[in-house]
Design a protein around this ligand. Structure first.
Ligand code: URA
Ligand code: SF4
Length: 188
């Protein structure tokens, strides 16, 4: 296991998959390196690729609003992705790409030892919770893995495409907020 500076520098110069050829910036992830709550998205989009920061485009703005709804300060959580380089045209990351990249995320989880992991969307949930995870049925439910409480909610990009999913997501966020109040010790 690498420490934060080693991990970040390995990641920033990574050439382990073909996404290295088309990326502008590696999006290592951002936030508190002692966070109790971690959010994990799918992979960088255009704005993230251009800035090197996670969730800064349209979906990111919605994520900010979602966090504000439950009084979560972005600087006190950690936001990462299943792949750290942008898939061209924002296609789903390929299995080989996620396989090549997932070790960085696992190292981040090992360093953080978060109490709660929130998967944003199906891709992250299938990787981190269960291979056959069904986001439409299982969003908002808790799963415990190695002492970590895990939940998936709809990806903010899905909420932009289909606003009818927003009320359910609001309920999920309330469930998340209750769990944070129950088991986290930092103030938010
Ligand atoms: N969508 C994601 O899944 N991750 C980002 O960082 C931005 C948009
Ligand atoms: Fe390396 Fe991950 Fe980027 Fe592929 S997506 S080049 S594995 S950092």
């Amino acid at each position: 296991m690498l420490d934060w500076p080693e991990l970040e520098s390995a990641c920033l110069s990574c050439q382990k998959c073909a996404l290295a050829e088309t990326r502008h910036n590696v999006v290592f992830g951002d936030g508190a390196r002692n966070a109790e709550v971690m959010f994990i998205g799918e992979g960088p989009g255009e704005q993230e690729d251009l800035t090197g920061k996670p969730f800064v485009g349209k979906a990111g703005k919605l994520l900010d609003d979602m966090l504000t709804l439950i009084d979560l300060d972005r600087s006190k959580i950690f936001i990462g992705n299943t792949v750290k380089c942008r898939p061209p045209q924002n296609r789903d990351p390929l299995n080989v790409e996620v396989e090549a990249c997932i070790g960085y995320l696992r190292n981040q989880v090992a360093l953080l030892r978060p109490k709660i992991i929130v998967c944003l969307g199906r891709i992250a949930a299938m990787r981190l919770i269960r291979e056959d995870f069904k986001i439409t049925k299982e969003h908002g439910q808790w799963f415990e893995k190695a002492g970590v409480q895990m939940m998936a909610i709809y990806h903010p990009a899905a909420l932009l495409r289909d606003p009818r999913k927003r009320p359910e997501t609001f309920e999920d966020l309330k469930v998340l907020q209750a769990k944070i109040r129950e088991i986290c010790t930092h103030t938010y």
